[in-house]
Design a protein around this ligand. Structure first.
Ligand SMILES: Cc1cc2nc3c(=O)[nH]c(=O)nc-3n(C[C@H](O)[C@H](O)[C@H](O)COP(=O)(O)OP(=O)(O)OC[C@H]3O[C@@H](n4cnc5c(N)ncnc54)[C@H](O)[C@@H]3O)c2cc1C
Length: 493
């Protein structure tokens, strides 16, 4: 059965942050726009809605933060040292964590347009708050911003999604829900539309420009295994069940160039009790990112990751891959009383795979499958290797590491020696995939011969070339917004 054909100047596929920014930008440029979304209205919002809402943008001092959050009162100014995050720092962080593979011009675009895009998001109704979590804690109780993600969206992912859907409604930009785009309508002249399934009907959409903003392949076990490698079918999905690589597949089918780290992804430490694919009702309760406060052991009773290599936002996105490589894809975060006191609220939820005991021996006895004698020896060796002459300081990278261990802990090393003890069973949670399409500086997709494909644009997770191996926290939403706007403006032009 075929439904009526739809038509607009610009057709946007996917209603996450990149799609909504693309649609609003094309509309700002005077174009008619239709957004097509696979989910129903209740489940709309993609990974964006699941996110924590942290955003990484360039800023210079407290006044730049105040311009985003509205106002920062005297008490707050006294409580925090907001510092700066220069374009050079942003670029350096991105280059360093991606092992100097990030595409320099794309990185420049992300960095240079980050601040203006944050102000634009605010003008669209998104509200921001200073992000006090995950910053350095000074001895006098003040907070020192560690650089990078200095603000979060009010209401986290839910908040940014709701604000932008409301902006689309105000502008009468239609969103067609429960419509899954299946293929591109293309010929030698370029792309002219898309074919989709809407309920049980086949529908077509035609437009001068098509913007693919429909996510990576993180929720597709077959594609994960094909591109990321063995065992990735066993990863738990942290976000939307709808990002199954449709957009990437249909673009490759018409000759688009695959680009970036196709065997790489963002994956972090995720509670072992989490479901195979996350649900909106859970949100981020399975996040287990406080590994800095303890150590992480595998089933062989060994450490396998430098828990204190750097601040959390520069290491957490590669921990998932390290856990997936361990026997049975399981690890345990181990904390003593000092570490437990630092854990965030999500560790305390009912669903948590938590174990507690008065002694370490008793705790290890509760962890099914762990080599207990080896684990005890690992904790003892770790405790003995700590450079205890260096002062522990959560207000900076303190250099209080271990000496002589094959796997060091480079900062914030505290002995695991004070009961009660806690363990949290974790596995790999995949967030989004890094492989994508090659775009030019207007968001237009290139073909395998590096020629622009007339009428085809891409944004968000679908863009390849920015992230490799790892990722600086807060850059996912920022790149979705920046490249969403770029694509919307490019498509309108
Ligand atoms: C748990 C979690 C926490 C996160 N926290 C942060 C954070 O704090 N800061 C940060 O920067 N990043 C964070 N991220 C990453 C961030 O959410 C993503 O990088 C960003 O939201 C991607 O936006 P997008 O528009 O590309 O994709 P999405 O928001 O996923 O949107 C893609 C949309 O396309 C739709 N779609 C898919 N296939 C089709 C099809 N065939 N037809 C029609 N529609 C389709 C999907 O339903 C979806 O709505 C987090 C992600 C998760 C999962």
């Amino acid at each position: 059965m075929s439904g009526a054909p739809y038509s607009a100047d610009v057709i946007v596929v996917g209603a996450g942050l990149s799609g909504l920014c693309a649609a609003l930008s094309a509309h700002e440029a005077g174009k008619s726009v239709i957004i097509i979304e696979r989910a129903n209205i209740e489940e709309r919002g993609g990974n964006t809605r699941f996110s924590n809402g942290a955003m990484r943008a360039v800023y210079s001092g407290v006044e730049d933060i105040a311009a985003l959050v509205g106002e920062i009162g005297e008490a707050e100014r006294n409580r925090a040292d907001f510092g700066d995050y220069t374009r050079e720092q942003y670029f350096d962080d991105l280059a360093r964590v991606t092992q100097y593979r990030t595409h320099p011009q794309m990185a420049d675009l992300l960095v240079d347009r980050s601040r203006e895009t944050m102000l634009w998001l605010r003008s669209q109704g998104v509200r921001f708050l200073p992000l006090y979590e995950w910053q350095f804690k000074l001895p006098d109780g003040r907070i020192k911003f560690s650089g990078g993600s200095a603000v979060e969206c009010y209401g986290a992912g839910e908040g940014i999604s709701a604000a932008l859907f409301a902006a689309c409604e105000r502008k009468n930009i239609p969103v067609h829900y429960q419509t899954r785009v299946m293929s591109l309508i293309a010929d030698a002249q370029g792309v002219h539309g898309v074919s989709a399934h809407q309920n049980s009907a086949d529908v077509t959409y035609t437009g001068d420009a098509i913007i693919l903003a429909c996510g990576g392949f993180e929720a597709n076990a077959e594609m994960r295994t094909r591109y990321l490698g063995p065992s990735w079918d066993l990863a738990r999905v942290r976000g939307s069940r709808f990002n199954t690589g449709d957009g990437l597949r249909m673009a490759l089918d018409i000759g688009a160039m695959p680009y970036g780290h196709w065997s790489g992804c963002h994956a972090s430490s995720w509670d072992f009790n989490a479901p195979e694919v996350n649900e909106l009702a859970y949100g981020t309760v399975f996040k287990r990112d406080d590994y800095l406060a303890g150590i992480v052991l595998n089933a062989d009773g060994e450490r396998f990751f430098d828990e204190g290599a750097d601040i959390r936002s520069l290491t957490y996105a590669k921990l998932g891959r390290a856990i997936l490589a361990q026997p049975s894809q399981i690890a345990w975060q181990i904390f003593d009383a000092k570490g437990s006191a630092q854990l965030h609220g999500e560790y305390r939820v009912r669903q948590s795979a938590r174990f507690q005991a008065a002694t370490l021996e008793e705790l290890l006895g509760k962890l099914d499958g762990i080599n207990r004698s080896k684990a005890l020896a690992t904790v003892a060796a770790y405790n003995n290797a700590i450079q205890s002459d260096v002062v522990y300081d959560p207000g900076r990278k303190d250099g209080r590491g271990t000496r002589g261990l094959t796997v060091p802990k480079s900062n914030w090393a505290l002995a695991i020696d004070e009961g009660p003890f806690e363990a949290y069973a974790v596995t790999c949670g995949i967030t989004f995939t890094f492989g994508g399409l090659r775009i030019n500086s207007s968001g237009q997709v290139l073909d395998a011969d590096s020629r622009e494909i007339p009428g085809l644009f891409a944004a968000g997770e679908m863009v390849g070339g920015l992230f490799y191996f790892n990722y600086p926290g807060g850059a996912g939403l920022m790149s979705a917004a920046v490249f969403g706007r770029v694509a919307g403006q490019g498509a309108a032009a």
